[in-house]
Write a protein that binds this ligand. Structure first.
Ligand code: NAD
Length: 489
């Protein structure tokens, strides 16, 4: 069994309490992690608070912060394969995906390395004589970054990189479900030469670790990605410190295929958006709306493609769909599918564990034909390779169907009609819209949702504003001292 440590105040700490993690590909324990206690969370926040106000980091120029971030980005590129494989052992995601995703995570650090010394304020044209007024963008303070299990290196990068570029300090709480890569990543933070306490990486459970961290009086900013239920706890926790909170939550994204679409491209989008990462993606396009005239044809194509998918060992590069991350997710998928069939959905393919794999948390790529959106698989977010397909007749009808959800993270539209693409995308209430493509991301492109998917934006220049506050400075430039306020002139 591999053992991992916390990284607090520039030191690697064993921790006092521990837990084991299962490898989803074997269903067996493979690593031991420390579970942060209240005292250990407090230590991490105190270290981040000291680093914020005193010493090297507080005095460092923005250009120098950028250089450290660039060094970290380069180290991530060098270690991408190792970190990716750790994530695979812990989460069951395909190694070819975790390796390449971790390699791309380096680009997020490089992007924000470049932005560090371009964070500027303004000179305000003020309506008073003899006053020079200007704004600067200051770091917010200690950032608590709380991430889910499904793309931790990436989701942590979208928080750590802009936070550090702007001069904040960070305590990251890695998900208890797959913390290996994040804890190993601490070694790269250390090697890059960040001063002690600037980045602290711990793991543990929602209670006490997540609660104590996000409610800590010295935390000024909470950056959360995860499910809506946990987000409600985060909001309650931050009533203790009034931290500025950003929420990146779940989704039940619509993927719309019009009858003028390139069908091969559309089916590739549907497969990428639902069977990629075994469907365990916040932007999964799991409500698939297909125009009536091509409905049967598209369903047949998805079924044919699903039958060809290679399910198996995530470390094997020929595998296309790996296991789910947890037993709870697998059992939930089974329950939702059974309920949906009872409510009137037709199981076109999949819906069960594959016959040829007796160990591990594997699940077949599944297609449900659903009569309407009252079906449980259409309404609920659950992380599994499951498509809920529905038929529509008109553009107006499908826009209404697409928006009939509490979520608003992403949406996909497949059409060859440019005017239609503009009309439809404008009316869809979601933060990320893909036209004739799906599930792409970039450090330069803002990412975030509408409605209960959370309203903040990560990545892109917008994220810098999420990690800075405006400070307004007034300077009296007159030759005479400040006048007596009780004597009117
Ligand atoms: P989760 O909400 O169960 O857990 C997320 C994190 O919150 C974990 O680190 C967990 O330990 C922590 N946590 C739990 N209880 C807490 C508490 N009381 N206080 C503070 N922290 C607490 O999410 P998950 O199951 O790990 O991930 C899946 C969810 O994440 C899905 O809903 C998915 O859509 C969402 N997600 C969203 C995005 C996005 O960018 N919008 C990206 C990936 C995943």
């Amino acid at each position: 069994m591999q053992r991992f440590k916390h990284y607090i105040d520039g030191k690697f700490e064993e921790g006092t309490e521990h837990f084991e993690s299962l490898n989803p590909a074997t269903g067996l324990p493979w690593a031991i992690f420390p579970a942060a206690t209240e005292a250990e969370v407090n230590q991490a926040v105190e270290a981040a608070d000291r680093a914020l106000f005193n010493g090297e980091w507080a005095e460092m120029s923005a250009t120098q912060r950028g250089k450290l971030l660039r060094k970290l980005g380069d180290l991530i590129s060098e270690h991408a394969a190792e970190l990716g494989e750790l994530e695979t052992n812990d989460s069951g995601k395909l190694a070819k995906e975790t390796r390449s995703q971790t390699g791309y995570v380096a680009d997020y650090y490089l992007y924000y390395a470049g932005l560090a010394d371009k964070i500027q304020g303004d000179v305000i044209p003020i309506d008073k004589p003899n006053m020079h007024v200007f704004t600067t963008r200051e770091p917010i303070g200690v950032v608590a970054a709380v991430v889910p299990w499904n793309a931790q290196m990436f989701l942590a990068a979208t928080k750590i990189a802009p936070a550090l570029a702007a001069g904040n300090t960070v305590v990251v709480k890695a998900s208890e479900q797959a913390p290996a890569a994040m804890l190993k990543f601490a070694e790269l933070i250390h090697a890059a030469g960040f001063p002690a306490g600037v980045v602290n990486i711990i793991t543990g459970f929602g209670e006490p670790c997540g609660r104590v961290l996000t409610s800590h009086p010295k935390v000024a900013r909470v950056a959360f990605t995860g499910g809506p239920e946990t987000a409600r706890h985060i909001i309650k926790n931050t009533s203790n410190n009034f931290a500025h909170v950003s929420l990146e939550l779940g989704g039940k994204s619509p993927l719309i295929v019009f009858d003028d679409a390139d069908l091969e491209g559309a089916v590739n989008g549907i497969i990428a958006g639902n069977y990629g990462a075994s469907g365990q993606s916040c932007v999964a396009g799991s409500r698939v709306f297909i125009q009536s005239g091509i409905y049967d044809q598209v369903l047949a194509k998805i079924k044919e493609r699903a039958a060809q998918i290679v399910i198996g060992d995530p470390l094997d590069d020929s595998t296309q769909v790996g296991p789910l991350a947890t037993t709870a997710q697998l059992e939930r998928a089974e329950r939702v599918i059974a309920n949906s069939v009872q409510q009137g959905a037709t199981l076109v393919c999949g819906g069960k564990r594959p016959d040829h794999l007796d160990a591990g948390l594997y699940f077949e790529p599944t297609l449900l034909a659903c009569p309407d959106q009252s079906i449980e698989s259409v309404r609920t977010e659950f992380f599994a390779p499951v498509i809920s397909a529905m038929r529509f007749e008109t553009e107006a009808e499908v826009i209404a169907m697409a928006n009939d959800t509490e979520f608003g993270l992403a949406a996909g539209v497949f059409t060859e009609n440019l005017a239609r693409a503009h009309r439809v995308t404008k009316k869809i209430r979601a933060g990320i819209i893909y036209v004739n493509t799906y599930r792409v991301i970039s450090p330069t492109a803002p990412f975030g949702g509408f409605k209960q998917s959370g309203g903040s934006r990560e990545a892109g220049i917008d994220a810098i504003h999420e990690y800075t506050r405006t400070k307004t400075t007034w300077i009296n430039t007159s030759e005479t001292p400040m006048a007596n306020p009780f004597v009117m002139r």
